[in-house]
Design a protein around this ligand. Sequence first.
Ligand code: LP5
Ligand code: MN
Length: 246
Amino acid sequence: MTTWVISDLHLCAQRPAVTQAFLHWLHTEVSQAKALYILGDFFEVWVGDDLLQDAEHGHEFLPVIEALRALSTQGVQLYLMHGNRDFLIGDAFAQACGLTLLTDPVQVQLAEKSILLSHGDALCTDDVAYQQFRQQVRSPAWQQAFLSQPLAARIAFAQNARQQSAQNKASQSMHIMDVNADAVAQLIRDHQYPEVLLHGHTHRPAVHALTVDGHACERWVLGDWHETAVVARLDAQTMQLVTLSL
Ligand code: LP5
Ligand code: MN
């Protein structure tokens, strides 16, 4: 049976075609599968699960939640890991969808391989400004304070943060925004040398071969869902990157 691993959909009301393509893919492919892993940046931004009850925004997410819930009820295992855009997804959202939240990173055994799953942002250690931001917003104290603000204020904060981030990125080198080789090696070492590290975030789909302390490893990178989507398909013994047209 097939397991799919995806990331970086960046679902939002401004790009309804991506949501439609995702829903269609859930229906045609994932409904036949054993499991689906979503490795973060599922949403463009997520400012808290109370979005679901909001009169203005709540309805945007209903088709996705209902489709995931239907798959879960049908027996497809659903997993979600946070990305840098949706780290505020919480238990209420997970319950509504019938999915299990995973803590980054997580090790699984699939296609006869030990595979470490991660969003990938924590590996971009050359991006010092981002790592400082990450440390701040992943702290429980910051999250509690942020979530206690009114929804409208949080949406405004997120818009502001998006603008600042886009400006930052425009002046930052591509190299700095990629994963750091030492951080990759350390993660692999810390997890007893999995055969594969599978992550998203950088939107640079590829398979990289590397060696850590004499152990062969592959780093598989998923793509975003922009013009096409690059996802991983894992069967009993095989693993491949698959490009979906959107
Ligand atoms: O996301 P992307 O692809 O643009 O770039 C990321 C890094 N940036 C981020 C920031 C997010 O995009 C912001 C949106 C998250 C919304 C979450 C919910 C609400 C939280 C609200 C927070 C106030 O992840 C970018 C990396 C890049 O990936 C490549 O790896 O370089 O990192 C940066 O740009 C670092 C900056 O320091 C981030 C600064 C964000 C601004 C925070 C202050 C906003 C306060 C507004 C006050 C009025
Ligand atoms: Mn990301």
